[in-house]
Design a protein around this ligand. Structure first.
Ligand SMILES: Cc1ncc(COP(=O)(O)O)c(C=O)c1O
Length: 416
């Protein structure tokens, strides 16, 4: 079932930030790809943790016991969110970048000079530079899959050419945070496996838009960040159990050696892990609402939530892309073809014939519309497109955005 305008109005009412006004107009948050807003229950969960459960891990006294109960439930929720039955395979950490640096160091210890890893040009730099640096340390060759610049999709045919017996790792994003392209990651993980390589997925931009399914995709590792899916600033990492057990992470001696503790360096951000649990339950409750089934289990509820979010976001995307096609001064980077729009999310990057990205974003900001300009760290892509140093303006929509907001944006762009 699709999300209706009434559903969205009720969901929006849960987000205090969405009540903000700028120059006496309601603020329009098109900055979700850099971090979404949070519902009140996430704020409440963080407060509740700090007021009632604030303690370190594995003590024998009341607050520590209560804290561990919350953290265990957060692990179970994260496992439901990522699509694994084994909550021991999910580690929390500071953010995607930090977790990826840690994992890349542990993996690089297993590489030999002459080995190869495969990256792509469509990536956020957090799924590029950590691997390049690890490869430099280990004497490993980096191969890079190119894009088709006409629509910012991956040149998938190149995987056939670069994968081989020396390939140790294939790292790819599930979706581009700059231009919204969704990649066929299950297929890419299969090609990596056939070549005897491990697969790593950056699901940061994918997470607010569609259901992550690590078991179905059969990836070896996947990382995302809760602050992109209506939660606080925490990263989440999934790894296949045998690999997380066999690899040697850089860790302190007294820290646990079992899963997931051996991958969770230092004292964690417990209050924000509690907030992440609340964000996942917020999404699950969308699924329970649209199916009118309050008893739906968390994973099934998340699947129903995204089944409802997808067509709603697609309608926003169509309205924006169709409106932009009438504005001659604007160029859209990425898929616009209506027959291929299912291969992208409603994250739309544009450049203007007369205005650089920053003044264009300032023009939007003056009208209460929040949108990012620049490269959003998707530097491998903006370099490939020849768009440095100005970059693009990114209109990033999520399910709390509305058609009225899209129309307001199009009006303001028409006057630019
Ligand atoms: C696609 C993508 N990957 C990785 C990152 C880095 O995530 P984090 O800020 O959690 O390190 C981002 C952040 O914008 C992103 O959009």
């Amino acid at each position: 079932m699709n999300l209706t305008a009434e559903h969205v109005a009720r969901l929006r009412a849960q987000f205090p930030a969405l009540g903000r006004r700028v120059h006496d107009l309601p603020a329009v948050y098109f900055d979700g790809p850099a971090g979404t807003q949070v519902p009140q229950r996430v704020i409440d969960a963080i407060r509740e943790y700090l007021v009632h459960h604030n303690a370190n891990h594995e003590g024998v006294f009341a607050t520590s016991v209560a804290s561990d109960r919350v953290l265990d439930e957060a692990h179970r929720a994260a496992a439901d969110f990522l699509g694994t039955a084994d909550s021991g395979t999910v580690a929390f950490g500071a953010n995607m970048t930090t977790l990826t640096f840690a994992l890349s160091r542990a993996l690089a210890k297993t590489w030999q000079p002459g080995d190869e890893i495969v990256l792509t040009r469509l990536e956020h730099d957090a799924n590029f530079t950590p691997w390049v640096l690890a490869a430099e340390d280990a004497g490993v060759t980096v191969r890079t899959i190119d894009i088709d610049p006409s629509n910012c999709t991956l040149r998938l045919d190149e995987y056939r050419q670069v994968l081989g017996p020396r390939t140790r790792l294939v790292a790819v994003g599930c979706a581009s945070n700059a231009v919204g392209t969704v990649n066929p990651v299950k297929q890419v993980c299969g090609w990596a496996r056939e070549a005897g390589a491990l697969s790593f997925l950056d699901a940061v931009h994918y997470a607010p838009h569609d259901l992550i399914s690590v078991e179905d995709w059969q990836c070896d590792f996947l990382i995302c960040s809760a602050y992109k899916f209506f939660g606080p600033h925490v990263g989440l990492m999934y790894g296949r159990r045998e690999l997380l057990e066999a690899l040697q992470p850089y860790k302190l001696r007294p820290a646990p050696n079992d899963l997931p503790g051996r991958w969770m360096t230092g004292t964690q951000n417990h209050e924000c892990i509690a907030g992440t649990l609340a964000a996942i339950d917020y999404l699950a409750d969308i699924g329970r609402t649209v199916t009118d089934d309050a008893a739906l289990g968390r994973r099934a509820a998340l699947a129903s939530a995204f089944a409802a979010i997808r067509p709603y976001e697609r309608a926003l995307l169509d309205r924006l892309l169709d409106g932009l096609s009438d504005l001659r001064a604007l160029t859209v980077w990425g898929i616009t073809d209506p027959t291929r729009r299912h291969d992208r999310f409603p994250t739309v990057a544009v450049t203007h014939a007369r205005l650089a990205a920053k003044p264009l974003a300032e023009h939007l900001a003056a009208h209460g519309i929040f949108a990012w300009h620049g490269n959003y760290y998707a530097l491998p892509l903006t370099e490939r497109l020849g768009l440095e140093p100005d970059g693009m303006v990114r209109i990033g929509m999520v399910h709390y955005n509305t058609t009225a907001e899209v129309d307001r944006l199009l009006d303001v762009l028409a006057k630019s």
